[in-house]
Ligand binder design. Structure first.
Ligand code: GAR
Length: 200
């Protein structure tokens, strides 16, 4: 059965693209049924549009509170029939109502470091790579993990990949090396989740 998944995004959307490409090529037996963003007009929504995937922006400007915003987002995902939610560069902490409305639907997130290191509130994108470099860490990586209400970067690991930090790296070189691995890891994580859900 082609597995219906939803993807949450906030910006560029290259991880979303990796998922869309893997669905299109048959590398995973899944289909993106909805893409939701917490920002309007971002490149990730253009990618969804280009792929013919239903999409929407759910902003706190429009819905006023985080709970109302994430509640509306969850309603759209439920209506689309999503059975797995992938946070791919999504920079909001999901309100508890999101999990209530999507009870029984696993939520996963990709983080550009080796959790439990360099994670937590406010650690997003280039800030993570800057912290890794500032700590003079010898390696970084990618972690895809489950997301639960009221926690940040603490859920069970689904996929983890190591990436070396090279002499002379800056945020741009390190983030590019990590991002290439993210695109493989996110597809592998979706594959693992849908295999697990399909038998349970
Ligand atoms: C990715 O590097 C992802 O790991 C990171 O945001 C970037 C989004 O890129 N997420 C976090 O830092 C989560 N804390 P993308 O929009 O091109 O997929």
């Amino acid at each position: 059965m082609t597995y219906p998944i939803a993807v949450l995004v906030s910006g560029r959307g290259t991880n979303l693209q990796a998922i869309l490409d893997a669905c299109a090529s048959g590398a995973i037996d899944a289909s993106v049924v909805f893409v939701a963003s917490n920002r309007a007009g971002v490149p990730a929504l253009v990618r969804a549009d280009r792929a013919g995937v239903p999409h929407g922006a759910f902003t706190t400007d429009e819905y006023k509170t985080r709970a109302a915003t994430h509640g509306a987002m969850a309603d759209a995902l439920v209506a689309a029939g999503a059975r797995l939610v992938v946070c791919a560069g999504f920079d909001h902490i999901l309100a508890p109502v999101f999990f209530v409305k999507l009870a029984g639907v696993p939520v996963i997130n990709i983080h550009p470091a080796l959790l439990p290191f360099f994670g937590g509130k406010g650690m997003h994108g280039d800030k993570v790579h800057a912290a890794v470099l500032a700590a003079k860490a010898k390696e970084s990586g990618v972690t895809v993990h489950r997301v639960h209400p009221d926690t940040v970067d603490l859920g069970e690991v689904v996929v983890q990949r190591r990436v070396p930090v090279n002499e002379g790296d800056d945020v741009a070189t390190l983030s590019a090396r990590v991002l290439a691995v993210e695109h493989e890891a996110i597809v592998e994580a979706v594959r693992r989740c849908i295999a697990k859900e399909a038998v349970s």
